[in-house]
Design a protein around this ligand. Structure first.
Ligand code: DGJ
Length: 736
């Protein structure tokens, strides 16, 4: 608005309009719909033409009535007629001129869509969770979209999705079907995205978003995150740091192909359109069928990345991860100890080692199954889930029994969605396999993916798990692996191949639902030859995930650091292996920062190494509650410092643990400056005691000294990290 113009408030304008009989103008009174959480607000506005736009996404205002004034204070560029760029769910083929959230072909072959407000309502689940639904309809077609905004007040988290239906005279084809369409205003936007590959997961890149569209997506079908996960951050105005700046975290809750478009428009506003990828996936929607998109998840903080990540971690533990506030099992895995080369007696020894080490469970990995084509390598047997008679003449049950006799639990590896061409399963059911009928087969780790779009395959996959538990009710854990991407996407079961990628995921979720209905509590690890597969749709069914096959502890400091922005430590399966050059202490200390496991040959450990591990596991058992359920603070970034540090503190700010590592081996590098702790009570006093000391070594730190929380957070503490002390674990306790 021009400053010289007279100011007429909206009430006067509407009264005037009625007086003059201008009912259209009277109807033009806007409806403002705020979605508020503890600190943030997403504000929708319905204008006189019944377009629903996003007028604000950011820090909450105390006076909710003031949201309606927001649009008037922006003067970015000419306001083109009927501009819908801030649409809450942008359409194509009518008035939109930017990337749409939805594109359809109607039953009469028309490609236009225009969605106008019909109604909205808010349903409160409890004091923390509310669901706003906004119904939109096309004035020219019987086509309807409902937008959903599920808000978690205390966690500042919102999940957004949409449901789409129509009652046209024939089918409608959904060409694009995003979950959410956000709209942000800032001077500048900085995107943090991730890329990777096997053993190189979660490599961050930060860049200024420029005009046009930046797309984050995958087309791998399954194991979808191999090259790029769906998690990302957008900082507003300037790059956010750990403790400063405004940052939004986003993630698509979908384990298959996802797509997020970040479009900087002509007015310098950022449009984020995210959901399942529409790549090769035009969806034919029958009249009255409801298509529900997966959810897009986001949180926002004006206090930097650390605060945003703790909000997400809280939400994940309280609302998403299976048994997010529960316990986990420490374990000894045999993968790197034996690979495929084992038999019953050898496993009995490893079970004894499990007990000796002091962990809760023995986890039997790949190689225990298949007879016609024994699983002695990764080129055969996948799909034939009968115990290999040579290796396990007495079956899995004798191993479970042996574990029980030794006072430990027993878990098992599966890769149920996959098949080796060299298998009885492939011979019997070639139509269950994803492959193009007219093309040569393409393999990924010598294997193919089963067609989970087919209900028979769903039954088969469910039965693999079900049979194991029926025969071995004491089974305590499943490592669910997934080592191939989808090539030659084609389902012999489906009539419409465009539905393939969506039906595959729906099929997978159906199986997981059935497993959880029958086995609600059994812990399961989501594994994918590394972190090729973790997202907040899958974590509904899983207790933890495998961040990377790369267990070199130096690499893991970086990988685990980046995952920690999005996923709580309780979900991060960290195994001590023989990867890397670091001594056992360094390896164990790094693995302790999440859910601890071992994948080593215990019998090859020296006396001191074994003693160290046993003692570290005892320490871990004392500390695991705060690591799994406490607040996590990143203190020193390994990408910016020679020393990396991270700490965990309990809710009452009394007890915690701080991990410190030397990540730069150049001459004389170390913790030259004190490291500032976070999340403590300034008024309390604390002791810091070095634990996980290697037998025979003494700490250079004085555990009897006390420091105020204020001191530790303002001045800091020096863990004395340097060559020869390259990994230091400090137990933090309130001094009473
Ligand atoms: C890939 C996993 O990441 C490994 O830990 C192991 O389970 C192998 N698969 C087994 O084939």
């Amino acid at each position: 608005m021009n400053n010289n113009q007279p100011i007429i408030n909206s009430k006067t304008l509407i009264a005037l309009a009625f007086a003059l009989g201008l009912t259209n103008l009277a109807r033009a009174q806007n409806i403002t719909i705020p979605v508020e959480t503890k600190n943030n607000a997403l504000v929708l506005q319905v204008d006189g033409k019944k377009d629903v736009g996003t007028i604000y996404l950011g820090k909450k205002l105390n006076d909710a009535a003031a949201y309606a004034q927001i649009p008037s204070v922006y003067k970015q560029t000419a306001d083109y007629t009927d501009n819908t760029s801030n649409s809450a769910y942008s359409t194509s083929g009518s008035r939109g001129y930017f990337e749409p959230a939805i594109t359809v072909t109607h039953a009469d072959d028309n490609n236009s869509l225009d969605l106008r407000y019909v109604s909205h309502k808010v349903t409160k689940t409890d004091n923390n969770v509310s669901l706003l639904s906004v119904v939109l309809k096309d004035p020219a077609y019987n086509f309807e979209v409902t937008l959903y905004y599920k808000s978690y007040f205390n966690e500042d988290v919102v999940e957004q999705w949409s449901s789409i239906k129509h009652s046209e005279k024939g089918n409608v084809v959904l060409q694009k079907f995003a979950s959410a369409n956000l709209y942000l205003k800032a001077a500048k936007y900085y995107l943090t995205q991730y890329h990777g590959d096997w053993a190189k997961e979660m490599q961050p890149e930060e860049s200024l978003i420029t005009h046009g569209i930046k797309t984050l997506d995958t087309k791998l079908g399954t194991r979808a995150n191999l090259f790029q996960p769906s998690v990302f951050m957008v900082s507003l105005d300037k790059p956010a740091t750990e403790d400063e700046g405004t940052v939004l975290y986003g993630s698509v809750e979908w384990s298959g192909n996802f797509r997020t478009d970040l479009e900087l428009d002509n007015q310098d506003n950022l449009r984020i359109i995210a959901g399942a990828n529409n790549y090769a996936s035009a969806y034919t929607l029958k009249p009255n069928e409801v298509f529900t998109t997966p959810a897009f998840l986001y949180t926002m903080s004006d206090k930097g990345k650390g605060d945003a990540s703790r909000k997400l971690q809280h939400w994940a533990r309280n609302y998403r991860i299976l048994d997010g506030n529960g316990n986990r099992l420490t374990l000894l895995n045999n993968w790197e100890a034996t690979y495929f080369d084992f038999e019953e007696q050898k496993l009995f020894e490893l079970i004894k080692d499990t007990k000796k080490l002091g962990v809760d469970m023995f986890l039997l990995d790949d190689g225990w199954f298949a007879n016609k084509y024994p699983r002695n390598g990764d080129n055969a047997g996948l799909g034939d889930w009968q115990e290999n008679k040579k290796k396990l003449p007495n079956g899995v049950s004798s191993l479970v029994k042996e574990a029980t006799n030794n006072g430990v639990k027993f878990g098992i590896w599966l890769e149920p969605e996959m098949v080796n061409p060299k298998s009885e399963l492939y011979e019997k059911h070639p139509s269950w396999v994803i492959k193009q009928p007219k093309r040569a087969e393409h393999y990924f780790r010598n294997q193919l993916v089963l067609d989970l779009a087919n209900p028979e395959v769903q039954n088969f996959v469910f039965s693999i798990v079900d049979d194991l538990f029926t025969k071995n009710p004491e089974l305590a854990y499943i490592k669910w692996d997934c080592n191939a991407v989808i090539f030659n996407a084609y389902s012999a079961h489906l009539k419409n191949q465009s539905h393939f990628y969506i039906e595959y995921m729906r099929g997978l979720y159906k199986v997981l639902e059935r497993i959880r209905a029958k086995y609600p509590k059994v812990p399961m690890m989501l594994c994918s030859g590394g972190g090729g597969r973790v997202d907040y749709a899958a974590l509904k069914y899983f207790t933890e995930f495998w961040p990377s096959d790369n267990t070199d502890p130096l690499e893991r400091i970086f990988i685990q650091w980046e995952y920690s922005y999005f996923y709580p430590a309780i979900t991060s399966s960290n195994h001590v292996t023989d990867w890397g050059k670091q001594p056992i202490k360094f390896r164990v200390d790094v693995a302790m920062m999440g859910k601890l496991g071992f994948d080593i040959v215990v019998s090859k450990l020296s006396g001191d190494e074994l003693k160290f591990c046993q003692n570290a596991i005892k320490n871990y058992n004392q500390l695991k509650d705060v690591i799994w359920h406490g607040e996590q603070y990143r203190l020193a970034d390994p990408r910016k410092n020679s020393v990396a540090a991270i700490m965990y503190i309990d809710e009452v700010k009394s007890n915690g643990v701080m991990f410190n590592y030397l990540v730069n081996n150049r001459y004389d590098e170390g913790s030259k400056l004190p490291i500032k702790l976070k999340g403590l009570d300034a008024a309390k006093r604390y002791t810091l005691k070095e634990i996980n000391l290697y037998p025979g070594s003494n700490s250079s730190l004085d555990a009897t000294k006390t420091y105020s929380g204020e001191f530790l957070m303002t001045i800091g503490y020096n863990p004395d990290v340097k060559a020869g002390r390259n990994s230091v674990v400090l137990q933090i306790n309130e001094a009473k």
